[in-house]
Design a protein around this ligand. Structure first.
Ligand code: PGA
Ligand code: ZN
Length: 424
């Protein structure tokens, strides 16, 4: 017989994220006094097909970014409805909230309210059973630690610098433990800092903890990173590969602003590329550098371009859909049908419930798409994505640089999970 433990109380609080903007903390309390607490992240380069993050838009408060409406939705609408429900019925609770909202994109109650509750319910359930979250969600099969795709140089929307590509990541492919991979990444990060300092570039950091120097161009970023890998005593191509998040939807939006529809504007140096030029550029980068993965190489609506790019590159590298798929099962299915991309970025707040997140991961895996669990550029000390990565045996995780506590919190959580798994 299925165990029953009732939800006693659900409430939300407005807290701050790593950019100093408001976000939600949600607490779920069970009848036996067990608590589950979650904090909701927030993106800057958000896809337009993401579930809606409800903000107050009240200009005289937090520049319109307050989330008191979302807090009230948890306290006054969702919370009372969940009272007495069985906390172990995650699927039913998530589906109930989806119905309560009633819109396709969670715009009524807000995906931030709904996700906060969904994750806090799972955490309360795990805590009540004295299980770590990864084990509660993934069972005895949750055992593979993800490989970090570590963003050590920030550009695009995440940095006030000259660099257009949003993320330059190092990927420690050497077959070893998570802890050693983390050490390797941290060593490269610090070598990059030394190199930047020696050459007179800024070592200030962007939103995800990577450096944000004003370099001559985007390719120089790749070259400096390769130098840093070698300076740290590692071999590019053998110990490390590189990954990029172009975040091309942002470039496409910028092109629209100067009336170049269908094109891509590298807005930091005012260079416009057509779709074909963009595809050629990405193929050139792949031929020239040891790149294992390109995320959002084209915009969220450029399915035709994505198909051409996929035909040219999908047997060579990972093509990751972030804004393209937005963790949405329907968009992923469209991609599968069209033969577009071969990997998916998973951000729970793009879709708004744990259940939908898990369903999307399952469809991705069944169709051979690689899974990259991901943080947002606006984060908190919440470490749920670390547990989720292990619970779902995701191959990769994006959690930013080994710097800034909201990023290292996820890596530190993974160290502890690895130790638990090794010692169990
Ligand atoms: P975001 O960026 O959280 O600002 O959307 C992360 C990403 O694009 O992967
Ligand atoms: Zn992205």
């Amino acid at each position: 017989m299925k165990k029953i433990l009732e939800i006693e109380e659900v409430f939300a609080t407005e807290i701050l994220d790593s950019r100093g903007n408001p976000t939600l903390q949600v607490t779920v309390i069970l009848e036996d006094g067990t608590e589950g607490i979650s904090m909701v992240p927030s993106g800057a380069s958000t896809g337009s097909f993401e579930a809606v993050e409800l903000r107050d838009n009240q200009e005289n408060r937090y520049n319109g970014k307050g989330v008191l409406k979302a807090v009230n939705n948890v306290n006054d609408i969702i919370g009372p409805e969940l009272k007495y429900l069985n906390v172990y019925n995650q699927k039913e609770i998530d589906n109930f909230m989806i119905r309560l909202d009633g819109t396709v994109n969670k715009s009524k109650l807000g995906a931030n309210s709904i996700l906060g509750v969904s994750l806090a319910v799972a955490k309360a359930a795990a805590n009540s059973l004295n299980l770590p979250l990864y084990e509660y969600i993934g069972g005895i099969n949750a055992k593979i630690l993800p490989i970090p795709m570590m963003n050590i140089l920030n550009g695009g929307r995440h940095a006030n610098s000259s660099i257009n590509i949003q993320e330059f990541m190092i990927v420690p492919i050497l077959d070893t433990t998570f802890q050693l991979r983390l050490q390797m990444c941290s060593e490269v990060y610090h070598c990059l800092k030394k190199i930047l300092k020696e050459r007179g570039y800024s070592t200030g950091i962007g939103d995800e903890g990577g450096f944000a120097p004003n370099l001559k161009n985007d390719e120089q970023a790749i070259e400096l990173i390769i130098e840093a890998i070698e300076k740290a005593g590692y071999e590019t191509g053998k110990d490390f590969m590189l990954a990029l998040d172009v975040a091309a939807t942002e470039m496409h939006e910028e092109a629209k602003s100067i009336d170049k529809q269908g094109n891509y504007l590298f807005w930091k140096n005012n260079e416009v590329k057509t779709r074909d030029e963009m595809i050629d550029y990405l193929c050139e980068l792949v031929n020239k550098y040891p790149i294992i993965s390109i995320e959002d190489g084209l915009s969220e609506e450029d399915w035709i371009g994505w198909k051409i790019l996929s035909d040219r590159l999908k047997n060579k590298i990972m093509l990751v859909g972030d804004d393209l798929f937005v963790t949405n099962i329907e968009r992923l299915k469209k991609g599968i049908e069209l033969g577009v991309a071969n990997s998916i970025l998973i951000k729970p707040n793009q879709i708004g419930t744990l259940t939908e997140t898990l369903n999307t991961i399952q469809v991705a895996k069944m169709n051979g798409y690689k899974v990259v669990m991901s943080h947002r550029s606006g984060e908190t000390e919440d470490t749920t994505i670390a547990d989720l990565a292990v619970a779902t045996n995701s191959m990769f995780i994006k959690a930013g640089a080994p710097c800034r506590s909201e990023r290292t919190a996820k890596y530190n959580r993974l160290i502890n999970i690895e130790n638990e798994i090794i010692n169990s």
